[in-house]
Design a protein around this ligand. Structure first.
Ligand code: GDP
Ligand code: IMO
Ligand code: MG
Length: 429
């Protein structure tokens, strides 16, 4: 039995898509198990760049079965647009994609709720969501009363449910945000649209939990693709500036239905620095020329929303916490080349909180806002690394930087990435 899991250890966009694509050929099945169309995973193959939101990044190997498991919140229009976009580029998607009938469905009312609730959390700062209806859909899942799962769309009563929920939602908009929402929901039109989506998706809909349990029991090799990053985990991240699913390693089992004991290897993905999109504290943020340099070199603009990503130094306190939380075995350090031109680099090794030095990651966002990072400064390499393919061929300063990073996080580095392309990857110690 072999289950490998790829988890982002920061605030998302660690280049998980590249690693999943790379590792797919050693697996039989690739599974997305949480999040939704808030994710934007990039796969670069030669001169072709693909952006995936809901479809697993394993889709480029047609012999591999891709699965969207029950923990995902599914926007049917998004996944159909993705399927069509891939088909237009001659990437076949049909029997090689299976979607769970347990996945909860994102409806138009979720978008309006996302807009109305985004700036209403404690502390006043907006969450800065992707506006893809993710939080509101998960909220309805946990609340149960207004939830619709993909499997419900093929049962009697679907039309009636859409009408009932649309009516209730329209009334509830008045109690959210500034109370000025005038959005009207045309229930019949929504039903017709979603019935169309359901018809198109039907051949792919299945009980993926049963499928995956059979697969692990027959020794199939499964790759689990995490979305977002562990610091955005609803339970263990920088709450309330998080997403609404378990995006750390703890989410694999509840999202996919596969017991954690079948996951035999966890690969923690980090950038060689840190980024964050949206609101919330970010201790090592560099809102200055250094941050801008990283943004320019790393093309740090959101894959989904094109928002400029906030950029800063590598935070080893945060990454050590999330590596432990996610049961990480090895690290994959991405976008090392983005640091190629900097004369010196900093790594945050500890925080000062109210005059005390700490290396544990604060559990409350107010404390995280007040921490002052303690930095260690290392020399830069000021050499182009983008065509390097062996660890030993990296500049000495880059190896020292990576060694220190691995030592501080407490995990060995197995993969280093020096560019977006599949080829621009260094494997091995
Ligand atoms: P994901 O959400 O974790 O899959 O990451 P994103 O796709 O949102 O963002 C990662 C970005 O970095 C994408 O544009 C990738 O093409 C790009 N990328 C991946 N690895 C590297 C790398 O090693 N160097 C550089 N310069 N870019 C990379
Ligand atoms: P991938 O999978 C980076 C962030 C949003 C916002 C917060 C909540 O590409 O790494 P949501 O729409 O989920 O309710 O927004 O989470 N966020 C991401 N940031 N990468 C992502 O996905 C993200 N998905 C959500 O910016 O701060
Ligand atoms: Mg992304």
């Amino acid at each position: 039995m072999a289950g490998t899991c790829v988890i982002g250890l920061q605030w998302g966009d660690e280049a998980k898509g590249k690693i999943v694509d790379l590792l797919t050929e050693q697996h039989d099945i690739v599974v997305r198990y949480q999040g939704g169309a808030n994710a934007g995973h990039t796969v670069v193959d030669g001169d072709q760049t693909y952006k995936l939101s809901l479809i697993p990044s394993g889709i480029f190997r047609p012999q591999v079965q891709c699965v969207v498991a029950g923990g995902v919140v599914l926007n049917p229009a998004s996944i159909l647009a993705e399927i069509d976009g891939l088909a237009a580029r001659e990437v076949p998607v049909d029997k090689n994609l299976m979607i769970s009938d347990r996945a909860h469905v994102v409806f138009p009312w979720h978008f309006e709720e996302d807009r109305l609730m985004n700036s209403q959390c404690a502390g006043g700062e907006a969450i800065g969501t992707t506006m893809r209806g993710i939080g509101p859909c998960y909220r309805d899942k946990v609340g149960r009363s207004f939830a619709i799962r993909l499997g419900d769309m093929y049962r009697d009563g679907f039309e009636r449910r859409v009408h009932e929920i649309a009516q209730a939602k329209e009334r509830s908009f008045a109690g959210l945000g500034d109370g000025q929402s005038t959005v009207k929901l045309d229930a019949e039109e929504i039903y017709r649209q979603y019935q169309g989506y359901a018809d198109r998706l039907r051949p792919m809909v299945a009980d993926t939990t049963a499928y995956l349990l059979d697969a692990v029991e027959s020794d199939k090799k499964i790759l689990f693709e995490g979305a977002q990053g562990a610091l955005l985990d609803i339970d263990h991240g920088t709450f309330p500036y998080v997403t609404s699913s378990n995006s750390s390693g703890v989410g694999v089992s509840n999202g996919s239905g596969v017991p954690g004991r079948y996951v035999t290897k966890v690969i923690g993905i980090v950038k060689a620095y840190t980024t964050r999109v949206g609101g919330g504290p970010f201790p090592t943020e560099q809102d200055n020329d250094t941050g801008q340099h990283i943004r320019d070199r790393g093309n740090e603009y959101g894959t989904v929303t094109r928002r400029p990503r906030r950029c800063g130094w590598f935070d080893a306190v945060a990454a050590r916490y999330t590596a432990r939380l996610s049961g990480v075995d090895v690290l994959s350090v991405m976008l090392l080349d983005v640091l190629d031109e900097l004369p010196e680099l900093k790594i945050c090794t500890a925080y000062e909180l109210d005059g005390r030095r700490i290396t544990t990651f604060p559990s409350h966002v107010d404390d995280l806002r007040r921490v002052v990072p303690v930095y260690e400064t290392l020399p830069g390499w000021q050499t182009d690394t983008t065509s390097t393919r062996r660890m030993s061929a990296l500049p000495e300063e880059a190896r020292v930087y990576l060694d220190r990073l691995g030592e501080l996080v407490g995990r060995p580095i197995e993969i280093v990435s020096v560019g977006p392309d599949r080829e621009q990857t260094i494997l091995g110690q």
